[in-house]
Design a binder for this molecule. Structure first.
Ligand SMILES: NC(=O)c1ccc[n+]([C@@H]2O[C@H](COP(=O)([O-])OP(=O)(O)OC[C@H]3O[C@@H](n4cnc5c(N)ncnc54)[C@H](OP(=O)(O)O)[C@@H]3O)[C@@H](O)[C@H]2O)c1
Length: 163
């Protein structure tokens, strides 16, 4: 049984970032992210850690993939080192960016995907190619655009289809 998951917010065309930041302001989506990651090992790339201003996220074990030392977190030089370091029954979540998603995809059994409506023409980081026929949506929670949220979005959970 795989214990790994991946969490991402993206547009329908796969944009996840713009100039080192998230291209939207969605506080309830950040709450969803918190809810799904608390108490788990979170795995991120160095640029995503930089986007957090090098502040580890509380209540989670922060692991960072980088060729360089990183402050206040566990730093790993290679994805294989991360896979080897995960304790047997530990729950872990890959939180981005693009390279981490690419490495993590073959290893995860669950995807937490928030579909963000509208486009981001200046988006410069994208979720990798994925074969959606291998995944089944088992949960869907829509959220309207409102005065606190600059876009509508839908939080979904996908399970890998067992063949
Ligand atoms: N929408 C979302 O859900 C979401 C989630 C996360 C991030 N983001 C956005 O995505 C962007 C950041 O993502 P990104 O794809 O540009 O970068 P990233 O994946 O966060 O980090 C890339 C860095 O990871 C390290 N790395 C990657 N592969 C490595 C390997 N094989 N061995 C050692 N180190 C390796 C390198 O760091 P060094 O150069 O230090 O070696 C590389 O520069 C930001 O805009 C952020 O806001 C969005």
């Amino acid at each position: 049984m795989l214990k790994g998951a991946l969490i991402v917010a993206m547009t329908r065309s796969g944009v996840i970032g713009q100039q080192g930041q998230l291209p939207w302001h969605l506080p309830d989506e950040l709450q969803w992210f918190k809810q799904q990651t608390l108490g788990r090992i979170i795995i991120m790339g160095a640029r995503t850690f930089e986007s957090l201003h090098y502040r580890p996220l509380k209540g989670r074990e922060n692991w960072v993939l980088s060729h360089h030392p990183q402050p206040q977190v566990k730093q790993f030089n290679a994805w294989s080192d991360i896979m080897n370091a995960i304790p047997q029954d530990a729950e872990w979540v890959a939180i981005g960016g693009a390279s981490i998603y690419r490495y993590a995809l073959p290893h995860v059994s669950k995807l937490y995907v928030t579909w963000v409506e509208g486009e981001v023409p200046e988006g410069d980081v994208f979720f990798p190619e994925i074969d959606w026929s291998a995944w089944q949506c088992q949960f869907e929670q829509p959220h309207a655009q409102d005065e606190r949220h600059d876009r509508a979005f839908t939080c979904c959970i996908y399970d890998r289809i067992q063949l």
